[in-house]
Design a protein around this ligand. Sequence first.
Ligand code: S3P
Length: 431
Amino acid sequence: MTIETITGAVNGLNGTLTIPGDKSISHRAVLFASIARGTSRIRGFLKGEDCLSTIRCMKQLGVHIEEEQDEITVEGKGLKGLSEPVEVLYAGNSGTTVRLLSGILAGMDFHSVLTGDASICRRPMSRVTGPLKQMGARIDGRDEGNLTPLSIRGGGLRGIHYSSPVASAQVKSAVLLAGLYARGQTNVTEPFVSRDHTERMLKAFGAEVNADPENRRVTVEGGAHLEGRNIQVPGDISSAAFFIAAALMTPGSDLVLKNVGMNPTRSGIIDVVRDMGGDLEISRLREENGEPVADLRVKYSKLHGTEIGGEMIPRLIDEIPVLSVLAAQAEGKTVIRDAAELKVKETNRIDTMVSQLVSLGADAKATEDGMVIHGGSVLSGGAVSSFHDHRVGMSLGLCGLVSKEPVTVRDAEACEVSYPGFFEELRRIKS
Ligand code: S3P
């Protein structure tokens, strides 16, 4: 168990930092490169534990992957070239690994077993195994195929038209990946548009993908051939969000964040903090490998509360823990609704964030599908836990920047899942 203590920032957060690679894009780069033909080189890959889990699983499936200092090389096996794994595939804490890989394994003629850590073993998988079974894959697991370990025997898939009850990129991606192996067309319709990295990257690898955002529908053609390519992974806006929030709430801050992914299906945090009165400038907006990227400059700002719900939620789903910290510092009331998906993340993020914020002196209440926070209370500080959830740990750490006493985060090693060296980076820019 690692403990991190964050003390007040006297002169705010200042300087420049480069945001590590996007977690969602890093996973996809390794997965898609593995089932492409030929060599792919991935730069800017996030060497967080989750993405390393994806690499480990693909190696177990017979893919040759070289990890160098700032480049990952994947020797693709082609769509059907993976081999039956000898051991159980272990995804650690990574839901993206389990769910996206299930989509690929559903297309394979062999048997495999997929599991993960204690948090993964509690997370619902029928949202993915349900449609994959409809396509013809044989999948079993605890709770009638809803919980890991999942046993998958794939092959012989047929395309389906799937209407997903949740706006989830993991569900959409798993079905689209299986669709590459299926006879005919597969499409997925979702209630709101979720992150679209899979669509963008599959297209770049040469698959026939048709995205129709107006109708919230994506279609793939079966029997595609992916060709290896070079990928530059942009910085993760979900990681940048911690420093955006830290700078906005700490007096004296003026921080530049370089290389931040600005994909519109992910950039809800930018719109919301601006709406709360945040001083955030976007510069050098450019496109790298089909993904928009920019540099951000964020200054301390007096914020006011806001209301978020509906289609905004999938655009900032992973940033709600850190937004709740910001809301606790803002003037007035913040209401977050339509966010019941938070209950099935690495932890129940509504309950973990509300209970820990309240223990630090904030006025926060959990609701059925979100939370209500009355901002402006001075936080006392003290000991909190990450509950082994990386985004909870980092969000709570920020409270130490503005609380009367330091904040100590227990089980802080969880943060390595998506942001290796997060607390060192926070201390480096804090004065
Ligand atoms: C992810 C999708 C989201 C997100 C997760 C990463 C992805 O999950 O919360 O951190 O890479 O596709 P859902 O698809 O379950 O919403």
